[in-house]
Design a protein around this ligand. Structure first.
Ligand code: GRF
Length: 203
């Protein structure tokens, strides 16, 4: 019997509806996918994505930041404990609405990805679509990057642009960008994991 192909063990961290998470789970189910989603973790028990992941048979965890008061370090340590318990190799942030401290960022340096709804370095932070509209930009888009210590900072791994229409509102633009996110993130994560698997075979 041939050995089953190794796949990178990915955790997806969410705070909300998890539509990017669902796109990553869909991609992991495709034949030949270089990664599997072994854990979906949220800092909010009410995150809609948890039920979606659970229904797909994926382990879920809630590490509620509120339970830790203002102690960010203790919260991140608790997150790390869950990641370790699931032998996670790569972390994909997907609408995880927490500013990370250097503890988690350094721990996962080069192995933690984020998706952001703008063409970085434009518009890090919140309200990206309203800001793109206010600036009169002709296009908007999304970026996948490695996580570094600044807000929405770190080496870019991929971007996808969408046109801005004359009658766009922040909501209509968000919808168009989100559709692009759902294509971009799985493709970039798959490339990233393929490279990682190729690298580990070469060693
Ligand atoms: C996405 O726009 C993502 O780029 C941003 O937060 C949103 C999350 O949406 N970081 P969802 O939870 O994946 O639907």
């Amino acid at each position: 019997m041939p050995e089953p192909r190794a796949r990178v063990r990915v955790a997806v961290l969410i705070s909300g509806s998890g539509s990017n998470m669902a796109a990553l789970i869909d991609a992991a189910d495709r034949p030949g996918a270089p990664f599997e989603v072994v854990l979906v973790l949220s800092n909010k028990a009410e995150a809609g994505g948890l039920a979606v992941a659970g229904a797909r048979g994926i382990a879920t965890a809630v590490v509620a930041h509120k339970a830790f008061g203002g102690d960010r370090a203790a919260h991140e340590q608790a997150v790390q404990t869950v990641l370790d318990a699931h032998a996670v190799q790569v972390v994909a942030l997907a609408g995880y609405m927490r500013l990370l401290t250097p503890f988690l960022v350094r721990r996962w340096a080069g192995r933690m990805l984020n998706i952001h709804p703008s063409l970085l370095p434009k518009y890090p932070g919140l309200d990206t679509h309203a800001r793109a509209l206010a600036a009169g930009d002709a296009e908007a888009g999304c970026s996948v990057h490695l996580v570094a210590e600044g807000i929405d900072d770190g080496p870019l791994l991929g971007q996808s642009a969408v046109p801005i229409m004359a009658d766009d509102t922040p909501a209509s633009l968000a919808q168009r960008v989100l559709a692009a996110e759902h294509r971009l993130y799985p493709a970039v994560l798959a490339d990233f994991c393929r490279d990682r698997l190729a690298g580990s075979q070469a060693r």
